[in-house]
Write a protein that binds this ligand. Structure first.
Ligand SMILES: NC(=O)c1ccc[n+]([C@@H]2O[C@H](COP(=O)([O-])OP(=O)(O)OC[C@H]3O[C@@H](n4cnc5c(N)ncnc54)[C@H](O)[C@@H]3O)[C@@H](O)[C@H]2O)c1
Length: 267
């Protein structure tokens, strides 16, 4: 018998790991997935923010949270060792690699530290997270959603070449995983937010204004002029599409790059 729409969107009985769950898009995802009935494994480097997210969630779902610096490979492996040691019930059915940093830096001023940090957090950690997830799930398969950015396709903000490059890597990696692991029961898709008002983007804009970088005002104006929907998006509008990609609503979707950008990329 055909499943109902409610059954297809439900995450009842499933466990979803969300990284970057202390703030912004990741926090909104935690709320949406809990709303759909998932048990959660929330990961972030910001322990205080993580506790706030957990406090806001309904108790019924069951939430574990882990303070991890994803820029440290050893910490990523420790996380998975501990998840695996709890037995099959401790392992997530789906992983959403959302945590990311978007530090602004002129190409002429970019140094090895900044490049390393950006690549380690935004790209390398996603490799380790996907590797450990696929190894842990084995024949059971699973769902991966990796978060990129519009900047990987159309550079818009200045001084973000390192950021765009790290996320372009995420998109290529995700397609590679979809290609290689589809027959083993894994789906992997990239979610591409653009122009979402979050704690991170607000802080970013305030810092630029404090430094009297007025170009940010012009960039904001130019963004609004280009984006067909004429407004910024909300974290929950991204979380709703993440729910689609994690749930069985998207059962035959893999290797896709799905933009949630108010139409920016076609603008
Ligand atoms: N907001 C946007 O407009 C936008 C646009 C395109 C892409 N994105 C991407 O969406 C994702 C979420 O962005 P956001 O705006 O919600 O950001 P945010 O700064 O509000 O949240 C990011 C979260 O990631 C966590 N994090 C950062 N470094 C970490 C590390 N080393 N280890 C563990 N956790 C870490 C932070 O503590 C924070 O909780 C990022 O990958 C970002 O690149 C956002």
């Amino acid at each position: 018998m055909m499943e109902t729409a409610t059954e297809l969107v439900s995450l009842d009985g499933r466990c979803v790991l969300v990284s970057g769950a202390s703030s912004g898009i990741g926090k909104a995802m935690a709320h949406r997935f809990a709303d759909a009935g998932a048990r959660l494994v929330l990961v972030d480097v910001d322990e205080e923010g993580l506790s706030c997210t957990v406090d806001e969630l309904p108790e019924s779902g069951g939430t574990a949270h882990w303070c991890v610096d994803l820029g440290r490979e050893d910490q990523v492996h420790r996380l998975w060792d501990e998840l695996a040691s709890a037995g099959p019930d401790g392992l997530p059915d789906a992983v959403v690699n959302n945590a990311g940093i978007y530090p602004e830096r002129k190409l002429e001023e970019l140094d090895q530290d900044m490049l390393d940090r950006t690549f380690r957090v935004n790209l390398e950690s996603v490799f380790w997270m996907c590797q450990r997830f696929i190894m842990a799930r084995g024949d059971s398969g699973g769902v991966i959603v990796n978060v990129s950015t519009i900047e990987a396709t159309i550079p818009f903000k200045h001084h973000m070449a390192h950021y765009g490059a790290s996320k372009a890597g995420v998109e290529a990696m995700t397609r590679g995983i979809a290609h290689e692991y589809g027959r083993k029961g894994f789906r992997a898709n990239t979610l591409v937010p653009g122009g979402i008002r979050t704690e991170g983007t607000e802080r970013w804009a305030k810092d630029a204004l404090k430094r009297l970088e007025l170009g940010i005002v012009k960039e904001g104006y130019d963004f609004m002029k280009r984006v067909p929907m004429g407004r910024m998006g909300t974290p929950d509008e991204v979380a709703r599409v993440a729910l689609f990609l994690v749930s069985d609503l998207s059962a035959y979707v893999t290797g896709a790059t799905v933009a949630v950008d108010g139409g920016f990329l076609v603008g």
